[in-house]
Design a protein around this ligand. Structure first.
Ligand code: BG6
Length: 484
């Protein structure tokens, strides 16, 4: 079957930095199924060739390797249709163009919403009014980027509006974190091996830390960031996705329904917080200098750093806190999941050390920048006496598998084309995520909250974040990438 990918928001950043380079790489590696054509739609008047020329520049920059001959072949499949999202006439022009490009041959269509979120409803409505979600001439799928709403109510409204035109099985809510190799590998680690599962629970695990630290500041994105802050930008989507894959039960089958059922169960088991408890279930921070970023309000209390604690009320995780933390302008770029194990029941080799003072075992799953896993365990230091030191066993993707790892968008785009929604968020998953994050958003923006804690760019967040962990008898695992 042929495939047509229609990109709304064709002249935007996402298209040039991520989508087109991903499609180009898929074509180069021979992974695109059948004949795949791409058609961009946006307001800028441009010819096919002008769009191709501008994409050539950006793809050469972002694709991680560029080959002129491959680009030429790829560019032939790329088309452009200028048009306004608000114009019924322009949309009819798009429909005609698609029909003519497809030439009556059965074709699957992917409608990719790479526009600003306020354009999602009008695009969906226009597709609906022209019958473009109808599947008699081949599958019709729609990809929706984040942000999917700004809270539970807006997410519900967006879901409802999309469902007036598309069935849930046609909707692919993308979270690029799920396309990262090492995130998918968590499923392999947990469910393709027997040695981890027996210890992957409250009997052996003390707590879990999920950190997405970014070195970059907010920079020029203040217009968006001021309304989003770290909770909406990172927690509702990426961090909760990492939590779900770390905490879910084994699905009965590896298919979209079973996988997503298990993920949603995790969210359902997260203990709802009383409004009064939200303030102590997390800490927020803002890097010094944020107020000077262009477009930031002079008194802005927007959190650029957040850490929250969630409890999962089920048999596996009862009593095991999940700490989620993310921030901009932090020490380094690293995304890691740290499984913190319990202390051994008996301290045999204390050497005068206070009980429980030795670091416990850890499994560090590093998602980026380098991908891999480290298991931290104690080893006897050679020589007299039982002196111990933390050592590690390490698995590194780059050492084990040579060559380029696919960018997150590559497998996800292929999945959409193949109709596999396992790695996409279902409507109930998105709504549940907002239900969990909304109370924090409300509490953190309430006038009763004390001023946001400041941290120096290059730190691991504000002092209060360390104190908060210490008050719970724990400490953050603050290591810049343990794997390089
Ligand atoms: C995006 C956020 O969803 O994810 C950005 O809007 C953030 O603020 C980015 O920088 C992080 O993605 P990655 O893949 O670089 O970790």
């Amino acid at each position: 079957m042929d495939h047509t990918i229609v990109i709304f928001g064709a002249s935007g950043d996402l298209t040039s930095r991520k989508l087109i380079p991903a499609l180009y790489n898929l074509m180069r590696s021979g992974s695109l199924p059948g004949l795949t054509r791409i058609i961009g739609y946006s307001r800028t008047p441009m010819s096919d060739d002008a769009w191709r020329a501008s994409l050539r520049e950006t793809t050469a920059k972002h694709a991680g390797g560029f080959d002129e001959a491959a680009w030429k072949t790829f560019a032939e499949t790329v088309h452009y249709q200028p048009g306004d999202i608000g114009s019924a006439e322009d949309f009819a022009g798009l429909k005609q163009r698609l029909d003519s490009l497809e030439g009556g041959v059965e074709s699957s269509r992917v409608y990719y919403l790479a526009t600003a979120p306020q354009f999602y409803p009008p695009v969906v409505a226009a597709l609906g009014s022209l019958g473009m979600a109808d599947e008699t001439a081949g599958p019709r799928r729609i990809v929706v980027e984040k942000p999917f709403g700004t809270d539970l109510a807006t997410a519900e409204a967006l879901n409802a509006q999309i469902h007036t035109v598309f069935r849930e099985s046609q909707v692919y809510r993308i979270d690029h974190y799920l396309g990262k190799e090492s995130v998918q590998n968590i499923l392999a680690l947990r469910f393709a091996n027997t040695i981890f599962e027996p210890v992957w629970n409250r009997r052996y695990i003390d707590h879990v830390q999920i950190t997405v630290a970014e070195e970059v500041p907010v920079g020029r994105r203040a217009a968006y960031y001021e309304t989003s802050g770290v909770l909406r930008d990172m927690f509702q989507n990426h961090l909760l996705q990492l939590l779900m894959v770390s905490a879910m039960e084994a699905p009965s089958r590896f298919n979209a329904r079973a996988v997503r059922n298990e993920k949603v169960k995790v969210l359902e088991a997260i203990r709802p917080l009383n409004p009064g408890d939200v303030a102590t279930a997390g800490v927020r921070g803002q890097y010094r200098g944020y107020l000077a970023e262009p477009g930031v309000a002079p008194q802005s209390r927007t959190a650029t750093f957040g850490a929250i604690r969630l409890e999962i009320d089920n048999w596996r995780w009862q009593g095991v806190p999940f700490y989620l933390r993310s921030g901009k302008a932090m020490s380094c770029r690293t995304t890691q999941i740290v499984i913190g194990f319990r202390q051994p029941p008996l301290e045999l080799f204390s050497n005068g050390m206070r009980p429980g003072n030795r670091e416990a075992n850890r499994l560090v799953i590093q998602i980026q920048p380098a991908e891999g896993i480290q298991l931290h365990f104690h080893t006897k230091v050679p020589g007299a006496g039982m002196r111990l030191r933390m050592t590690d066993l390490e698995f590194s993707y780059s050492r084990e598998f040579h060559g380029r790892l696919p960018e997150a968008y590559e497998p996800l785009l292929l999945d959409v084309m193949n109709g596999d929604a396992s790695l996409f968020a279902r409507s109930d998953e998105v709504e549940k995520s907002w239900e969990i994050i909304d109370p924090f958003v409300r509490a953190w923006s309430s006038a009763e909250m004390p001023p946001v804690d400041l941290y120096e760019p290059g730190d691991w967040g504000p002092r209060s974040s360390f104190d908060w962990m210490a008050s719970q008898g724990r400490s953050w695992f603050d290591a810049c990438p343990v794997l390089t």
